[in-house]
Design a protein around this ligand. Structure first.
Ligand code: APR
Length: 171
């Protein structure tokens, strides 16, 4: 598995699967979620609604992942995952790691060769970038996934630097 770190917009990545930093409702939001639905179009939301009325009547739990069409995004699938909200009182690292391992498991089931991740939970969900980057890069490295490339797509220089450093530290 090749792990790369780039600065950019995840909705413009030409990969097999793009991971969405969703919320449990699967019905859209801001940040990455808003950009993916805006640029991907209504087909994504239609499939999310279908998932809510069938497999996930109570919503997608944090740490889990599920795939839908990518609509008009330049990729084949969107893998929606729900990051944990950062807490100073409770260690939710395992949930954040699970977002990555579960997304890679789903990617493997789909036969996706290249997968783009945003910096999950580091926006609205307020995880400190450096800690989230450590968890994300370690989870991907240790996932044992057959995916050929994982690409972390960062929206800011700060996030890019955090993920570069975490990837180097992970060896
Ligand atoms: N491409 C890549 N990264 C992006 C993009 C984009 N187009 N837009 C935002 N980001 C970055 C943010 O700067 C942040 O570093 O993605 C990271 C994750 O931020 P959020 O999208 O806020 O995701 P998260 O912190 O996991 O919160 C999820 O926010 O948008 C709502 O519906 C979503 O309720 C859910 C919550």
């Amino acid at each position: 598995m090749r792990i790369t770190v780039v600065r950019g917009d995840i909705t413009q990545q030409h990969v097999d699967a793009v991971v969405n930093a969703a919320n449990s409702s699967l019905l859209g939001g801001g940040g990455v979620d808003g950009a993916i639905h805006r640029r991907g179009g209504p087909a994504i939301l239609a499939e999310c609604r279908e998932l809510r009325s069938s497999r996930y009547p109570d919503g997608l739990p944090a740490g889990q992942a599920v795939a839908t069409t990518a609509g008009s995004l330049p990729c084949r699938w969107v893998i929606h995952t729900v990051g944990p909200v950062h807490s100073r009182h409770e260690d939710r690292s395992a949930l954040l790691a699970s977002c990555h391992t579960e997304s890679l498991r789903v990617a493997g089931e789909l036969g996706a060769e290249t997968v783009a991740f945003p910096a999950i939970s580091t926006g609205v969900y307020r995880w400190p970038l450096s800690h989230a980057a450590q968890i994300a890069t370690r989870a991907v490295k240790n996932a044992g996934s057959q995916v050929a490339e994982v690409r972390f797509v960062l929206f800011s220089e700060e996030a890019l630097a955090a993920f570069r450093a975490a990837l180097e530290a992970a060896g």
